[in-house]
Write a protein that binds this ligand. Structure first.
Ligand code: PBG
Length: 312
């Protein structure tokens, strides 16, 4: 009876698994602050991709860690960049080519200062950054990306990216915009994993104040007007009201990004034996669905898929 009247279900085909691809060889280098997560070099990416395909997960979100960083983040829009190579690899292998490859577009993993845009005299330059983000998006699309996901939080970047994609013939590529992205301490472990902590200051001039829910709705509205097809709310757990708010106000699929810090807290407590990892994770996933998330981006995806298959 309980299962008959259950209102929300977590489904494998709604999960997105983030993967870190790193320049180098023979690497599966564990991220200390994210137990169970590795940075993979291209030649060993298949290990992770096999697990994804076996788990029945349909989509991956790619992050790149380049060998060299510079002031202008040129690794992001280099056609030979690490993410471009990874996308081409996935799309050239029969086993993986049907995966929906979402490419995160941002400069922070590629800039020496670690900010998401160009910096001049300590200030992040919004408008000057837009052509570089567009170039990155086109480069990923050319490599074969299925979805472009700008996470930089510059104003007007969705429009700029949409125009560039269209101008280069990629009219069919959707944009999944990180619209409701907050300046959050929950990204801490990710910045270890992606080597992308800002070298000075913080991201508060472009990411949102965690205190502001109404502002998030405005960001979503703007991104939709600029051409976003899907919306990401991030982080997830402390922001469930934001997910609910977006689904009530706008007719668009919402992806909840269950970010690195949320993952690491669960893993740490589970390792101590303080919580039941499976139950906690499934409760979090169910909570996100109840809040209105259509898609869940999570580092737990492989486990969640397994647990769903086992019937929890
Ligand atoms: C890049 C980006 C970040 C995350 C996704 N894309 C880091 C940040 O904004 O500092 C965070 C993901 C996570 O914590 O799991 N801008």
């Amino acid at each position: 009876m309980r299962s008959m009247v259950r209102e929300n279900h977590v489904r494998v085909d709604e999960l997105v698994y983030p993967i870190f691809v790193m320049e180098g060889e023979n690497l599966c280098s564990p991220v200390d602050s994210m137990p169970g997560i590795c940075q993979y070099s291209l030649d060993r990416l298949w290990e992770e991709l096999d697990r994804v395909v076996e788990a029945g997960i349909l989509s991956v979100l790619l992050f790149g860690i380049p060998a060299h960083k510079d002031e202008v983040g040129s690794g992001a829009y280099d056609d030979q960049g690490i993410v471009q190579q990874a996308i081409r690899y996935i799309k050239s292998e029969k086993k993986y080519q049907d995966l929906i490859v979402i490419a995160d577009v941002c400069l922070c993993e590629y800039t020496s200062h670690g900010h998401c845009g160009l910096v001049k005299e300590g200030v992040v330059l919004n408008d000057e950054t837009l052509p570089l983000l567009s170039k990155t998006a086109v480069s990923y699309a050319r490599a074969g990306a299925d979805v472009i996901a700008p996470s930089d939080m510059m104003d007007n970047r969705v429009r700029a990216i949409r125009e560039s994609l269209d101008g280069h013939g990629f009219v069919q590529i959707p944009i999944m915009a990180y619209s409701a992205k907050f300046a959050s301490a929950f990204y801490g472990p990710f910045r270890d994993a992606a080597h992308s902590a800002p070298g000075f200051g913080d991201r508060k001039t472009y990411q949102m104040d965690p205190a502001n829910g109404r502002e998030a709705m405005r960001e979503v509205e703007e991104d939709l007007l600029e051409g976003a097809d899907l919306i990401i709310a991030k982080p997830a757990m402390a922001y469930m009201d934001i997910i609910r708010g977006i689904t009530e106000k706008f007719n668009v699929p919402v992806a909840a990004y269950n970010v690195s810090g949320e993952y690491s807290m669960v893993k740490a407590a589970a390792a101590k034996g303080w919580i039941d990892e499976k139950k906690i994770v499934m409760e979090i996933m169910t909570g996100l669905k109840r809040a209105g998330a259509k898609i869940i981006i999570t580092y737990h995806a492989l486990d969640v898929a397994k647990w769903i298959r086992e019937g929890e």
